[in-house]
Write a protein that binds this ligand. Structure first.
Ligand SMILES: NC(=O)c1ccc[n+]([C@@H]2O[C@H](COP(=O)([O-])OP(=O)(O)OC[C@H]3O[C@@H](n4cnc5c(N)ncnc54)[C@H](O)[C@@H]3O)[C@@H](O)[C@H]2O)c1
Length: 314
């Protein structure tokens, strides 16, 4: 069934990327976005070969275009190290594209886990329980003999305590935001494929949306050898929905906003109906994981497309 495409008045900036996420990116565009939305895309290829060919100017240009059009949707990209310089025969060890873009946009990154009811969470609770168990079993009496103690406090309580106290404590932090900690948090909520990341600029108008994870090199190596992959595309799909939802807000485009909500619901609906990639199936089934409990990369995107079509026709 052909759908009447939703018209979008103003452009978005698309930043393409590398490896497994570049492959997923194309499928998302072809199967979940372009059949439904008529979009003026300002395309920038931030894949490492093109960054090298343009002496990384393309990264700067993409950030400048973001300031102009206010909405950027970014695929994960390789930050080169010495091995990548050799692998891609680079002219130089170009800087992290995210660093370059953040310097130009000067914003703050907000990350949010995507929650599916049937994906068990490690956080919150479990870490706290482990600390408590270890403390009680091995340390409580020793601590008390030394006149010290351990206790769990909520983060807001702890921040207030840190401000008013004069020290004399060790603070073991958990669940707090930041690049490194949020990866851990994402894993706690199921998978790195379940964490959105949106850079919001001080003008309140300009944003850049992306997945919080990297280019999933390990899966790409399998793909390069012709093997089957099962890479979670949800966070990359949410890069599109969060970017397009912001476009909808700026343009006052209710139809586009509705589409983004249905696409997000289609991802969660697919997982909650048992259609998921291996990373999530592993958390649910553990050692009982078998091939019939998960879909491969393309099958999962197709399952989301089917859910989306059903929601759009309803
Ligand atoms: N925002 C970005 O563009 C960004 C962020 C981090 C890393 N990177 C780049 O990504 C490349 C690979 O880095 P890495 O391996 O450390 O990080 P990664 O996030 O790509 O992968 C780490 C591991 O997490 C799991 N994983 C991550 N995303 C997944 C998904 N969608 N589905 C299933 N499993 C998933 C896999 O087990 C994978 O081996 C590097 O070149 C790095 O520079 C880019």
């Amino acid at each position: 069934m052909a759908f009447e495409k939703i018209k979008v008045t103003n452009p978005i900036v698309e930043m393409d990327g590398d490896e497994m996420t570049r492959i997923i990116w194309k499928s998302i565009k072809d199967k979940l976005i372009l059949p439904f939305v008529e979009l003026d895309i300002k395309y920038f290829d931030l894949g490492l070969p093109h960054r090298d060919a343009t002496d990384d100017k393309v990264t700067v240009e993409s950030a400048e275009a973001t300031l102009k059009y206010n909405v950027a949707i970014k695929c994960a990209t390789i930050t080169p190290d010495e091995d990548r310089v050799k692998e891609y025969s680079l002219k130089s060890m170009w800087r992290s594209p995210n660093g370059t873009i953040r310097n130009i946009l000067n914003g703050t990154v907000f990350r949010e886990p995507i929650i599916c009811k049937n994906v068990p969470r490690l956080i919150p609770g479990r870490f706290k329980d482990i600390f408590q168990e270890v403390y009680e079993a091995s340390w409580k009496t020793k601590y008390e003999a030394a006149g010290i103690w351990y206790e769990h406090r909520l983060i807001d309580d702890m921040v207030a305590y840190a401000l008013k106290s004069e020290g004399g404590y060790v603070w073991a932090c958990k669940n707090y935001d930041g690049d490194v900690q949020s990866d851990m948090l994402a894993q706690g909520f199921g998978s790195l494929g379940l964490m959105t990341s949106v850079l919001v600029c001080p003008d309140g108008k300009t944003i850049e949306a992306e997945a919080a994870h990297g280019t999933v090199t390990r899966h790409y190596r399998v793909h390069q050898k012709g093997g089957e992959t099962s890479t979670n595309s949800i966070a990359s799909i949410f890069a599109w929905t969060r970017g397009l939802a912001h476009r909808a807000k700026l343009d006052d485009n209710a139809q586009l906003l509705d589409f983004t909500q249905k696409l997000e619901a289609a991802c969660i609906g697919a997982v909650e109906s048992g259609k998921m990639t291996k990373d999530l199936a592993l958390i649910i089934h553990g050692s009982k994981l078998s091939r019939d409990t998960y879909l491969n990369t393309e099958e999962f995107i197709d399952a989301v497309a089917a859910e989306l079509k059903a929601k759009l026709s309803a």
